[in-house]
Ligand binder design. Sequence first.
Ligand code: HEC
Ligand code: HEC
Length: 348
Amino acid sequence: MNKKHWIVFSILGLFILACKKDIPIKEEIEKFLGFQKPINFPEPEYKFANNPVTKAGFELGRALFYEPRLSRNNTITCGSCHIQSSAFTQHGHDVSHGIEDRLGTRNSPPIMNLAWSKAFMWGGGVYDLDLQPIVPITTHEEMDENLDNVLKKIKAVPKYTAMFKSAFGTEEVTTARFMKALSQFMLMCVSSNSKYDKVMRKEAGVTFTADEQEGYTLFKQKCASCHSEPLFTDGSFRNNGLGISAINDQGFYAATLISTDKYKFKVPSLRNLQYTAPYMHDGRFLSLAGVLEHYNSEVQQTPNLDPLLKQANRLGIALTQNDQVKLTAFLVTLNDPDFINNTLLSEQ
Ligand code: HEC
Ligand code: HEC
């Protein structure tokens, strides 16, 4: 073997070694471990006893989440509006785009850490994750289908009857099983591997920079009463002072018909903001800078404005330019690339 051959063989050898090393790591990431509560998270709200997450149930849920037969003309999937690379939001759209390009009125929220949610949708109205899919399936602007038809279409596909059998013991395709499987997939969409989480869990070698630490301190003073740790929402409905939109979306009021709920919306999590723009229930802000300026100088006195945003002498939350830089540095630590790249959650 001359020198040239030797070099070629060495490079080939290294390449094979590198590939070999990759395989077990990938398998490790993709191994199905079921639902696991991150150690820095509280106990979940979802009643897992009624719907334990199994590998077969999760896989069925994942297939259904990415299944166009859930829509009237078999074109739209849940994943059309909840795109994994955008932390399961619909990036680039202020309000959602559904069947035949019909426009909704609200921004697609992330499918993320829903095991800890008591109420769903920007304006509430749904209080059980197992019932939520009825809304997108039957909404005119979203999938425009009905559940009977969906179940009929699913039953006709042998792949699905086999999957229902592995997940639930028999081939029977029922509404309850269909909903439970979708929930199992959504419950597994847990984002808990941001830099923030690693710092909180005191993982070796991970610390905040000085800017991030200052931002964290500001965050706890100015934002955490609504966006509370570690989910970055307290799950409540509040009015954060956005100007009333042309369509006059009254938020939580539509669900409760209590006038003190007018213009209140669910406090969203602040995890993965890098991937979820635009922001707010109607996607009115394209950037984080726009959001911070809203809190600093654009809060409007509308009915039921949250008292936390009404100080003695001013509306909103005073944020200097420096505060905004530090807060942004902290918010960036809430991004979780592992979540958007987790192939377990991707269309197979
Ligand atoms: C056309 C786009 C579109 C499609 C298709 C769609 N969604 Fe959504 N989804 C939305 C929008 C918009 C909202 C917010 C609705 C609101 O607040 O009124 C939402 C809200 C949700 C929520 C509540 C999240 C929270 O934090 O409160 C869940 C869960 C959800 N969708 C799951 C699904 C599932 C499951 C499917 C498929 C059966 C689906 N979505 C299909 C756009 C869509
Ligand atoms: C009084 C409670 C409250 C406080 C304090 C508060 N927020 Fe919010 N925040 C909300 C509510 C409610 C919404 C959703 C409003 C809507 O869409 O109508 C929201 C939305 C947001 C969003 C948009 C997220 C998304 O996914 O669309 C960001 C970003 C945000 N807040 C950041 C902050 C920051 C940073 C602070 C501190 C400077 C802060 N908030 C303080 C209640 C609050």
